[in-house]
Write a protein of this length. Structure first.
Length: 233
C-alpha cells in the first residue's frame, strides 16, 4: 500500500498541532526547499550533486552519521558546494524507539561524524529531521531542550518505494506551492532514481518560477512578524 496520497492530509493535521517544527516556508514567497534524506551514498549522492551543480541549485541534506563515516569525502563534497546540512540520526532508528540518552547520543555521534568529514562544528549543525517522519511530543520537547531545530516536510512523494520517476515527479508537481519543503532520498532506499527524478523535476519547477532555498532560509521566513518587528525596536 502506497501512502503518498495520505501525506498531504497528515501534513494539514500535524502542522497546526506542532507549530514549533518547520513544516514549510512563506506561502507568499515563490521559494521552495529541496531536501534529501538518508545519505551520503557513495553512488547516488554524487549523481545528485552533479545535477544540482548543473542547475546551480542549493539544497539541504539530512545525513545519517553511519553513512557519513562510510563516505566522508561525499559528505565533504556536499558541504564544499554550499548545501545545507542537517541530522537524520546515526543509523535511521525511529526516534520514539530510543531512550533520551540513546537519542542524544545518536545526534551527537552524527554531529561528530559531520565535524570529522566537513569541519562543521556541532553548533552549526542543529537541524534534525526524524527518520520515517516519526516523532512524539516528548521527542520534540527533548530536541528543543537540547537546542535542536525539528524539520518536517510538506511534499512527500514517497520515492523510497520506487513508484517510478514519472510518478514521483508528477506527485511533486501536483503538490508544490510557495514555501514547499520537498523530501527526496539519496540513500539505499529510493536513491537509485533520485538523480533522474531531479533532472526532470528541477527544470519544470524553475519554469514555474520557483526559487530554491535552503532549510535555514525557510526557518528565517517562518519567524513570526511580531518577532521581526521586535528585533527592529
Amino acid at each position: 500500500m502506497q501512502l503518498a496520497p495520505i501525506f498531504p492530509v497528515v501534513h494539514r493535521i500535524l502542522q497546526p498541532a506542532f507549530p514549533g517544527c518547520l513544516w514549510s516556508g512563506d506561502r507568499h514567497c515563490q521559494a521552495i526547499a529541496l531536501t534529501f534524506d538518508d545519505g551520503p551514498h557513495p553512488q547516488y549522492t554524487p549523481e545528485v550533486l552533479a545535477v544540482l551543480d548543473y542547475y546551480n541549485i542549493t539544497a539541504s541534506f539530512f545525513l545519517l552519521g553511519a553513512c557519513v563515516n562510510r563516505s566522508p569525502s561525499i559528505a565533504q563534497a556536499i558541504c564544499d558546494r554550499g548545501h545545507w546540512i542537517g541530522l537524520h540520526g546515526y543509523d535511521h532508528r525511529s526516534f520514539p524507539m530510543l531512550s533520551p540518552i540513546e537519542l542524544q547520543q545518536s545526534l551527537a555521534k552524527t554531529q561528530a561524524a559531520i565535524y570529522n568529514a566537513c569541519n562543521l562544528s556541532p553548533e552549526k549543525v542543529r537541524d534534525v529531521r526524524p527518520p520515517n517522519g516519526l516523532f512524539t511530543p516528548k521527542t520534540l520537547n527533548l530536541l528543543q531542550e537540547w537546542k535542536y531545530r525539528p524539520v518536517m516536510w510538506s511534499v512527500v512523494p514517497e520515492d523510497w518505494v520506487r513508484p517510478g520517476v514519472t510518478q514521483v515527479v508528477q506527485r511533486v508537481i501536483n503538490q508544490v506551492q510557495n514555501g514547499s519543503l520537498i523530501v527526496l532520498h539519496d540513500g539505499a532506499c529510493g536513491g537509485q532514481d533520485v538523480a533522474a527524478t531531479i533532472q526532470i523535476l528541477i527544470p519544470q519547477l524553475l519554469q514555474q518560477g520557483y526559487q530554491f532555498i535552503t532549510v535555514d532560509a525557510l526557518w528565517q521566513q517562518s519567524i513570526p512578524l511580531e518577532n521581526s518587528q521586535l528585533d527592529l525596536l
